[in-house]
Write a protein that binds this ligand. Structure first.
Ligand SMILES: *Cc1c(COP(=O)(O)O)cnc(C)c1O
Length: 379
């Protein structure tokens, strides 16, 4: 009999979600207002600390879009973005009529490279184009080099948008990801560390940013007795039903982080005797504390990552290539790029392994057997 699929990153219910959803139904708050919206926002604000103000939105993508809107990005502006990331980090730049400029990663965290970033900024300023923002990503949950990146941003007076979609629960130098930049975003998509099925948030230390984001996300209705609009609005607020899922998920966030980190330990042990496979890990667990949303590996043998992926799939085990860098995407082929081939090399040799927090012991055994078979067959 065929074994069921082991997914890359599956939703994981706490069993506590339904009570919040039932409450939304009991009070007939089946819209974007209510106790769940308020409660999930304050849960996140308490969790993140550092004076964070959280505006719940209906996706991480709309949160990045909203960050650019709040920042006042204009048509023709340039926005710098890490190349090694999911396309949703950069797509909202294009929604604004602005132009993305992509920057390479450094090999320690796989995130935006400080040197390449500074080169890009200098080049653009020399061309008369002061970049309007820098989108830095904690890819796969690993914190970016926050000190270096934010120092450069400060030096050139550029706002950082921190894409923390994959890094809820990660920490840099003891401080939680999602609290470094003026504008940070979270995602609660079904594959993330906690989910609302679809959802996201904009995080800022400035309460006025939250207020503005909520106003714009609810169609920008002026305080008038009739429908009056002085600004273009959006329908981007999270529903009170979905926010209920978020409250139930928040009850187990610490557990979920631990489970994902345990997966990483499992893979470290599994690949310990295979010198051609290296499990990507933090350069320094104190400085770069990753939630290990996904465990990733680099396979040194040419084509080894794809052969491992195909082999796992034969055993109904889902794995996924690393994000193809955005500067190599057909849709961004005209975009400027600064850096070398770090991101491209990671893409060419890397693989994301099943990393769900609900991965069972039996499923880990199946992965282990499959990997051993692949290794025995010569990788
Ligand atoms: C998931 C993700 C997003 C987008 O979030 P959605 O909630 O799916 O819209 C943005 N950036 C990164 C790095 C992501 O992983």
């Amino acid at each position: 009999m065929e074994q069921p699929m082991i997914w890359l990153s599956s939703p994981h219910s706490s069993g506590q979600e339904q009570k919040y959803i039932d409450d939304a139904f009991a009070k007939n708050r089946l819209f974007a207002f209510g106790e769940n919206v308020d409660g999930f926002e304050s849960d996140l604000e308490n969790y993140l600390g550092n004076g964070s103000h959280v505006a719940l939105l209906n996706s991480g993508t709309s949160a990045i879009h909203m960050a650019l809107i709040v920042l006042g990005v204009q048509k023709g502006d340039e926005v710098i973005c890490q190349s090694l990331t999911f396309a949703a980090s950069a797509n909202p730049i294009v929604y604004m009529g602005a132009t993305p400029v992509f920057v390479d990663s450094e090999p320690q965290t796989w995130n935006i490279c400080p040197q390449a970033l500074e080169t890009a900024i200098k080049n653009r300023i020399a061309a008369g184009k002061q970049p309007k923002a820098i989108i830095a990503v904690h890819v796969y949950g690993m914190p970016y080099k926050a000190k270096e990146i934010h120092e450069i941003a400060l030096k050139y007076n550029i706002t950082v948008i921190e894409d923390s979609a994959e890094a809820l629960g990660s920490k840099y130098n003891g401080q939680k990801c999602g609290t470094f930049a003026d504008l940070s975003i979270l995602s609660f998509n079904g594959n993330k560390i906690i989910t609302t099925a679809l959802g996201g948030a904009l995080v800022s230390k400035d309460p006025a940013v939250k207020e503005k984001a909520v106003f714009l996300a609810l169609q920008a209705k002026d305080p008038a007795p009739y429908y009056q609009h002085s600004q273009i609005g959006y329908n981007y607020r999270l529903s009170n039903v979905l926010a209920g899922i978020g409250r139930g998920q928040m009850e187990v966030l610490e557990e979920r982080i631990q489970q994902r980190r345990n997966n990483h330990v499992f893979y470290k042990e599994l690949f310990a005797g295979m010198p051609d496979v290296s499990v990507f890990e933090s350069p320094d667990d104190k400085m770069f504390y990753s939630n290990y949303w996904l465990t990733t590996v680099l396979v040194s043998k040419e084509g080894g990552n794809m052969s491992l992926m195909q082999h796992l799939l034969l055993d109904n085990i889902d794995s996924r290539p690393i994000f193809k860098p955005l500067h190599l995407q057909p849709v961004f082929s005209d975009a400027l790029y600064f850096g070398n081939t770090v991101a491209q090399d990671i893409f060419n040799t890397g693989l994301c392994l099943p990393s769900s927090s609900n991965l069972t012991g039996a499923e880990k055994e199946r992965i282990k057997e499959s990997v051993f078979k692949w290794h025995k067959a010569g990788g």
